[in-house]
Design a protein around this ligand. Structure first.
Ligand code: FA5
Length: 342
């Protein structure tokens, strides 16, 4: 075959095939056109490749170049037709692909309900002018007991009621015989703040505390407390009640009922237990009272000049009351089916 008629055949084939690919209007007709021109056994491309053998050897280079150009042209026209018809791959449109199906949702982590509660409480108290303060979870007896007016022989210091650490402390010059323990209350932060600042003081401290309590629906050995401390001149019990009322209304809703019950804490005088009504029962949410003069003396304040109130509320119980959670253990079960609801 002469080079001239080989090139003419290719030109003609190219024109024909472009029209045919362009006319294909579904996956089946596209496949039929593909087989006609690109089919491995009987395709038109295969035929012209065979004719190369009959071309004069001196013309083969020019014929080969044109053949390659033809090949890549119809290959790209075929792929463009696949795209146009929404398919892909060798076999054309994938019949199992359904673009209307919803996508696969990636697993996203989110914030634990107690952390959400801590952030919410901080925001509410922040609006009332209370700034956040922090203290260590590993404490010395001075901050956990002595400065809070809890003397050596007080039952609250019993090793059965506290997590004492086996190691001796080298960190605090005020530790008693080098003892250390996991703090059992956030009242420790009251002392740390007052040791370092002068009144007026308006702080809250939110953090973990530890007690060897048996777990049940409302108790856990590790839980969180929100401590509040307000020290200034002429602070009264009425201020305490107002702050707790405004807080409870904001966090638990306008219909919450709050009750003070006479109680005893070594570091407040008078002291009260703070209860909220929950499913028809009064449930204890925390303790509160006017800062005891002995505490002011321990931190170097003059109890004749300043007065103050303090409170400590259980964060888990607040979270449970707000979200209708009936068992504190669910919060720490690590069960994602539970945690994903918040
Ligand atoms: C105190 O810890 C005092 N420091 C509170 C205080 C602060 C009083 C400032 C006066 C002035 P109490 O031991 O009652 O108080 O604990 C306070 C709250 O922590 C309880 O009312 C309860 O809501 C919560 N709580 C106590 N033990 C547990 C526990 N094992 N699991 C979950 N929450 C607990």
């Amino acid at each position: 075959m002469s080079l001239e008629s080989f090139l003419t055949t290719l030109d003609q084939l190219e024109r024909e095939s472009l029209v045919a690919f362009d006319a294909a209007d579904d996956a089946d007709s596209l496949e039929e056109v593909r087989v006609r021109y690109l089919g491995a056994k009987k395709g038109a491309l295969k035929d012209v490749q065979k004719q190369m053998g009959s071309i004069d050897p001196s013309d083969r280079k020019a014929a080969g170049m044109r053949l390659n150009e033809f090949k890549s042209k119809i290959q790209s026209v075929f792929e463009a037709s696949q795209d146009r018809l929404g398919g892909g791959g060798e076999a054309g449109v994938d019949p199992t692909f359904d673009p209307s199906l919803p996508g696969i949702r990636p697993n996203l982590g989110h914030i634990h309900p107690i952390t959400q509660t801590v952030n919410h409480l901080m925001e509410i108290m922040g609006r009332m002018g209370f700034e956040a303060a922090e203290g260590p979870e590993v404490e010395d007896p001075w901050h956990n007991f002595v400065a809070l007016n809890i003397p050596e022989d007080h039952p609250a210091r019993d090793p059965l009621d506290n997590f004492y650490l086996a190691t001796a402390s080298a960190n605090s010059d005020r530790s008693v015989e080098g003892e250390q323990l996991l703090r059992s209350q956030t009242s420790t932060v009251q002392i740390r703040v007052m040791e370092n600042r002068k009144p007026p003081i308006r702080v809250i401290s939110l953090g973990r505390v530890y007690r060897p309590d048996d777990p049940d629906a409302t108790h856990f050995p590790m839980f969180h407390q929100m401590e509040g401390l307000y020290v200034d001149e002429h602070v009264t019990m009425a201020n305490l009640k107002t702050v707790l009322r405004v807080f409870a209304t904001n966090y638990l809703g306008g219909d919450v009922q709050i009750r003070f019950r006479p109680s005893f804490f070594p570091f407040t005088e008078p002291s009260v237990e703070v209860d909220f009504l929950w499913n028809g029962n009064w449930i204890e949410f925390g303790g509160a009272g006017m800062v005891d003069p002995a505490v002011f003396e321990a931190v170097g304040y003059d109890p004749e000049k300043v007065s103050g109130f303090a409170f400590g509320l259980g964060v888990e119980r607040l979270c449970m009351r707000r979200h209708g959670i009936t068992d504190i253990r669910d919060l720490y079960s690590g069960d994602l089916r539970f945690l994903r609801q918040f």
